[in-house]
Design a protein around this ligand. Structure first.
Ligand code: NAD
Length: 490
């Protein structure tokens, strides 16, 4: 199964200049790919070549509808290789095949969306307040850096690449070291779709080497980052040195609120999906479920029945709902959090251990885990675990509920389950988050902006205006006065 892969670096397919390393299939530890890590010199070369390439008529001279044409072809290219890409992403991070298929479809949809946004995007003539015509036009920022994590590579990479290309930028990618494959394949598809040489480079390797050099490079004009909050803060600090804009899509500890009048079947299904799909390796995982005291026991009973029937297993199987965690190191971190929850006085209602049996021996599997009896102030309820661990909390007073939901450094997403629209509006307005799901959870649409507040990040991805994040605005005043400016004539 192991394959040697090269990357697209500064306009050529080749090995990066750093040491060779391998990536592993989380389900059994087998080697998936061997490739070379990039170096700081590779970063410099990729950025310099991108800066040259983006100024050439082959890219800078394209009209918006022509760039849109390339984006439409990338969408088609992704769809044409859809099943293959889904299988490759499964091997990279061990997500179940049904999930990786959905991620691939969403990546194609992202390119299609930004293609149409690109060709229908208008600059503005602003109301003149003197003897001139005023216009505001958008120009590409230049070469931008995209840094991505391992949990949903093709989707988070498409969310950066599509608007950046639509804006006319060049893009240097730094995918997660352990999941380089999707960015490399996106670059291959983009090349075949007509993106000129040098406009896209993919630099696999360590964040502390490649990512750091990319952020610091003087010709990098923006960083689109998805990853952990500490790394994001470091990037923001470096960005300040050159006043570089960033978008930071960071961590989360999202609350889900189940009200007394909620449809419990829907709420249970939504809470299960919200925390246990992707094995909880999701920034928007609904990891704190606040259940109204009057329905707590009924909810808990139904939830546990649902958890018991979740199918944990081989990510290649169509039936699997939860695959392995991304690697053994990450599973060890999840295990430490569950132990911490026990030490803090929590009761494990289900899970809290690895699944048993030969099928699970070689993979980094962990059972879906439900814990109750912890206060919201417990570390397990405050910190991002990024795994399949749900804390059940009981509430009865709305003001106290909101205080607890908001008593967290993160502010990425929240869920509300109720039949009363006024409750939705009251709670939704008070929740400090970037997204609120009402009677649903973890739904995503490229047409709707996404991002966090507080330590979950700054900036937004997706949405029609997402292109503007990769542009700078230039204003023109076109004088219309037949006479010279009066002041000079006085
Ligand atoms: P991470 O922050 O460790 O790594 C993310 C990327 O940053 C990787 O490519 C990594 O190599 C790179 N990196 C690491 N150190 C760097 C440095 N000093 N300079 C530049 N780049 C550096 O995150 P992870 O473990 O890969 O992913 C999990 C995290 O990502 C979680 O916190 C999760 O919540 C977050 N995440 C957020 C979103 C969102 O949209 N808000 C989506 C997915 C994941």
């Amino acid at each position: 199964m192991s394959e040697k892969i090269q990357t697209l670096l500064a306009g050529r397919w080749r090995d990066a200049s750093g040491p060779a390393y391998t990536t592993e299939y989380p389900a059994d530890g087998s080697t998936v790919a061997t490739l070379h890590a990039a170096t700081a010199q590779d970063v410099d070369e990729a950025v310099q070549v991108a800066e040259q390439a983006r100024q050439q008529p082959a890219w800078a001279g394209l009209k918006r509808h022509e760039r849109a044409g390339i984006l439409y072809r990338i969408a088609s290219g992704i769809r044409a290789r859809g099943e293959e890409l889904a299988q490759l992403q499964r091997l990279d991070n061990g997500k179940p095949i049904n999930e990786t298929r959905a991620l691939v479809a969403s990546a194609a949809g992202t390119f299609q969306f930004f293609a149409s946004a690109c060709e229908t995007w208008e600059d503005t003539i602003t109301p003149a307040r003197g003897d001139y015509v005023t216009m505001s036009v958008h120009e590409p920022l230049g070469v931008v850096g995209a840094i991505t994590p391992w949990n949903s590579p093709i989707a988070s990479e498409a969310q950066k690449l599509a608007p950046a290309l639509a804006a006319g930028c060049a893009v240097v990618f730094k995918p997660a070291e352990i999941t380089p494959r999707m960015a490399i394949e996106l670059a291959r598809i983009a090349e075949a779709a007509g993106v000129p040489p040098g406009i896209i480079s993919v630099l696999p390797g360590k964040g502390s080497v490649v990512g750091d050099a990319l952020v610091k490079h003087p010709l990098i004009k923006r960083i689109a980052f998805t990853g952990g909050t500490n790394v994001g803060m470091g990037i923001q600090r470096l960005a300040a040195e050159k006043l570089m804009p960033t978008s930071l899509e960071l961590g989360g500890k999202s609350p889900t609120i189940v009200c007394a009048d909620a449809d419990l079947d829907h709420a249970v299904a939504g809470v299960l999906y919200g925390i246990f799909s992707s094995s909880g390796e999701s920034c928007i995982a609904g990891s704190r479920a606040f259940i109204h005291a009057s329905v707590y026991d009924a909810f808990k009973q139904r939830l546990l029945a649902g958890v018991r029937s979740l199918r944990v297993g081989d990510p290649a199987s169509e039936k699997t709902q939860m695959g392995p965690l991304v690697n053994m190191g990450h599973r060890a971190s999840v295990e430490r959090y569950v132990q911490m929850g026990r030490d803090e006085g929590g009761t494990v209602l289900f899970g809290g251990e690895r699944p048993q049996g030969a099928d699970f021996d070689k993979g980094s599997y962990y059972l879906p885990t439900v814990i109750e009896g912890l206060p919201n102030s417990a570390r397990m309820c405050q910190e991002e675990i990024f795994g399949p661990v749900l804390a059940l909390l009981r509430w009865s007073d709305e003001a106290d509920l909101l205080a607890q939901c908001n008593d967290n450094v993160y502010g990425l997403a929240a869920g509300i389950w109720t039949r009363d629209y006024k409750t939705v509006w009251r709670l939704g307005s008070a929740l400090q988050t970037g997204t609120v799901w009402v009677n649903t959870y973890k739904q995503f649409s490229v047409s709707t902006p996404f991002g966090g507040v507080k330590m979950s990040g700054t900036g937004r991805e997706k949405g029609r205006l997402g292109i503007l994040e990769y542009t700078s605005q230039k204003s023109y005043y076109w004088g219309t006065n037949e006479a010279p400016i009066a002041w000079s004539m006085a």
